[in-house]
Design a protein around this ligand. Structure first.
Ligand code: SF4
Length: 272
C-alpha cells in the first residue's frame, strides 16, 4: 500500500485505494499449487531423510515448561521406553524409503536421553550396519546433568550433534530447570559438566549447541549478557527460544518480545 489507509476517514477513498491494490476483487483463488506437490509420493517413497525416535518419556528433572509436566495435561513423564523392535521398524522404514537420499538423519527425542544411553548406542549401531554407504548424522538433546565421559566419547566418535539445555545465568536458569527429587536448580551441575567436557574433549566441546528457553518474566538483557560474556560459554552456539513457542533466533525473539534494545551482534553472529 502507498499510504496507511487505516488512517483515512474517507471510506470511498479507502475502497478506491484497495481496488487499485488488487483487493476487493471478484477473482477467487481456484487452486493453490506447490512446485513439489507432483513429486510428493516419490519423495515419500524414496527420499525420506529424517527419522526422530522418542526414546523415553522419563527424566531426572521437572522443568516448569516441560511438555511432560506442569500445565500440560496431555502428556506426563512416564517409564515408557522405546524398545529395540520399534526403533528397528522405524529405521528399516527410513532405509527402505530413502533410496535416493545420500544423507540420513537420526534424531533422538525425550525425556532425558542419557537415561537410555545403551539403547541409543544400539540404535546407532543398527542404522550404521543397515545404511552402509550413506552419510548419517545424529542429533540429541540433553539436560547435561547425567552426562559422563563415556557419553561424550561416544558422541564425539560418532559425530552426534549434542544440544544442551541451559537457560542463561544461574538465577534465571534455576527458576525453571530443577531436579525432580531435590527441587534444586541444575545450573551448577551443568557448568561443572561443561568444564570437564571442555577440558577433556575440547574439539567436541566447540561443536556443542546450547538451547536457551526465554522466559518472558525474566530480565532478557541478563540472558543476553550471560551468553556474550561468560568465560566458559561465550563462544558457544546458542538457540534461544521463547518459552512455549517454536525455535526462533535470539534476535527475532528479542523483537517479538519488544526487547529490540538488547540486540547483541556478537550473539547473533554465534547463532547465525
Ligand atoms: S530436561 Fe527436558 S524432559 Fe526433562 S523435565 Fe526438563 S524439559 Fe522436560
Amino acid at each position: 500500500m502507498h499510504e496507511d489507509i487505516t488512517k483515512l476517514d474517507d471510506i470511498p477513498a479507502k475502497v478506491q485505494i484497495m481496488l487499485q491494490e488488487g483487493f476487493l476483487s471478484n477473482n477467487r483463488v481456484e487452486m493453490i499449487g506447490y512446485s513439489l506437490t507432483n513429486y510428493l509420493s516419490d519423495i515419500l517413497d524414496n527420499k525420506i531423510q529424517t527419522l526422530t525416535l522418542q526414546v523415553t518419556q522419563q527424566c531426572n528433572l521437572r522443568c516448569e515448561y516441560c511438555i511432560y509436566f506442569g500445565s500440560y495435561t496431555t502428556r506426563r513423564h512416564s517409564n515408557k521406553v522405546m524398545d529395540f523392535l520399534t526403533a528397528k521398524k522405524g529405521i528399516d522404514f527410513l532405509i527402505s524409503h530413502s533410496q535416493n537420499s545420500k544423507l540420513l538423519n537420526l534424531g533422538f527425542y525425550g525425556g532425558e536421553l542419557s537415561l537410555e544411553f545403551d539403547l541409543i548406542k544400539e540404535f546407532i549401531k543398527y542404522i550404521q550396519e543397515k545404511a552402509e554407504g550413506k552419510k548419517i548424522t545424529y542429533n540429541i538433546t540433553s539436560n547435561a546433568t547425567l552426562l559422563n565421559k563415556d557419553h561424550i566419547a561416544f558422541f564425539a566418535e560418532n559425530d552426534v550433534a549434542l544440544t544442551i539445555s541451559l537457560d542463561g545465568p544461574k538465577d534465571i536458569h534455576n527458576k525453571n530447570r530443577k531436579f525432580a527429587v531435590s527441587w534444586k536448580g541444575t545450573f551448577d551441575v551443568i557448568v561443572e559438566k561443561m568444564k570437564i567436557v571442555k577440558e577433556k574433549f575440547p574439539e567436541y566441546y566447540s561443536r556443542i549447541n546450547f538451547n536457551c528457553m526465554l522466559d518472558p518474566r525474566s530480565d532478557i538483557s541478563c540472558v543476553n549478557e550471560f551468553w556474550a560474556k561468560d568465560e566458559l560459554l561465550k563462544d558457544s552456539f546458542v538457540n534461544a527460544n521463547p518459552e512455549l513457542f517454536t525455535v526462533i533466533r535470539f534476535t527475532v525473539v528479542s523483537v517479538a518480545f519488544g526487547f529490540e534494545t538488547i540486540y547483541n551482534p556478537s550473539i547473533s553472529r554465534q547463532i547465525g
